[in-house]
Design a protein around this ligand. Structure first.
Ligand code: ZN
Length: 391
């Protein structure tokens, strides 16, 4: 079992790797060396790369956890078992959807696309649920580790549908909230806090009376006769106590406290198995499901690169010389064996592209096929050991 669990405490920073990578130009050189000397590089991206598109990250300088100590994302168990939590979730998600729909890829996504076209990176895994990689470079194979915001599914019959269609239903069932969206549009300075998963928080707004529909297929399924109670407009009636009923619709993103889908986890592990280096961009790896992929690469003797503003969770494990210090080959190297820089990923990747295109041309034959999934160690049961801190 592998859960997505938030880790909200600040993470300490390490000195740059190599130690010379203290300025943007030297960081670019180190990252260029890393990419030039890798046979095949897997990219792992996080919320940091979508900040420029207007989505907050979690722990960056203007991140959700940094600015809003009270922020607590919704947990899967709460969504499944508590009607009030579903109303709260859908209300916030409903209000935030317009903002999510407007979001477009930025220069970091475009740089990733160029790195892929040039053959300097192979495939990618993203923790982001915003679809911006696919929007920017649709041909690049992306594993959406934590699912996507753009679709919803029924937890009972697993029917998928478009989030935008579900949004129309929410509009129909919640006319006062629709009016509020209009007000938000005409009042740009409302104190709204936007979360990385597309939800927003508006101080003073209550969510108890927000209405959501059940899955229509399950509602009309005689097996569940009488188990799904709806009002005259077709919205789920308020349920006290355990509200785990058939036909609950949920976004396809992986909630905190929810298992990653088996096939997604295996696909991500297969991608790690198939490469000889992993480059992390815009992520503090605070989510265990992402951290362990990098740790897996490290344990397989692969090279690790990290470009992130701010600290990275448990990163000593990637660089340790066995005595609690950063190993000399990383500290004193030129980036080839490993790189760890604290700059904006867009700045670094755009700079690295200039170097790579100049000295290396295009290396389109470097895309390496996925390894045999049977050889990956997916039979090991992995469990999140961190206890979620609710701050
Ligand atoms: Zn259903």
């Amino acid at each position: 079992m592998l859960l997505r669990i938030p880790y909200t405490t600040p993470l300490p920073s390490l000195p740059p790797i190599p130690t010379t990578a203290t300025t943007l130009p030297t960081a670019i050189t180190a990252v260029s060396n890393f990419l030039l000397n890798a046979r095949s590089t897997l990219l792992l991206s996080g919320a940091g790369i979508s900040v420029e598109s207007g989505l907050p990250d979690y722990r960056g300088p203007r991140g959700t956890y940094t600015l809003n100590k009270e922020y607590r994302p919704i947990f899967y168990g709460d969504f499944v078992h508590k009607d009030a939590m579903r109303r709260r979730y859908w209300a916030r998600s409903f209000l935030g959807w317009k903002g999510v729909e407007k979001v477009r890829p930025n220069r970091t996504h475009r740089a990733v696309g160029r790195l892929w076209e040039g053959g300097w990176v192979g495939e990618a895994i993203t923790q982001n649920v915003d679809s911006l990689h696919s929007m920017s470079h649709p041909a690049m194979p992306i594993t959406n580790l934590h699912g996507l915001l753009s679709t919803v599914l029924c937890l009972t019959c697993r029917t998928h549908s478009e989030r935008s269609v579900f949004q129309k239903e929410l509009h129909r069932l919640n006319p006062t909230y629709s009016e509020f969206i209009e007000k938000m549009r005409s009042t740009p300075d409302l104190p709204i806090k936007r979360g990385p998963d597309g939800d927003i928080e508006v101080p003073g707004v209550k969510y108890e009376n927000f209405r959501y529909p059940p899955c229509q297929k399950c509602l009309n399924n005689s097996t569940f006769d009488g188990m799904i109670k709806v009002d005259k407009d077709g919205a789920v009636e308020i349920i006290d106590g355990d509200a785990n009923i058939p036909g609950i619709v949920k976004p396809t993103l992986v909630f905190f406290g929810e298992n990653l889908r088996d096939e997604v986890r295996k696909e991500a592990e297969g991608k790690v198995d198939a490469v000889d280096s992993v480059l992390v961009i815009g992520s503090s790896l605070a989510t265990y499901s992402a951290w362990r992929l990098v740790k897996k690469a490290k344990d397989q003797g692969k090279k690790v690169g990290i470009i992130n503003l701010g600290g990275v969770r448990g990163e000593n494990a990637f660089w340790d010389d066995g005595e609690g210090k950063i190993a000399a080959k990383y500290r004193l190297g030129d980036g080839t064996d490993g790189v760890r820089v604290e700059f904006d990923a867009g700045d670094v990747l755009e700079g690295a592209l200039e170097v790579l295109e100049r000295v290396d041309g295009k290396r389109v034959n470097r895309k390496v096929p996925l390894g045999d999934p049977e050889t990956s160690r997916h039979d090991i049961e992995l469990r999140e050991i961190e206890t979620a801190t609710a701050r």
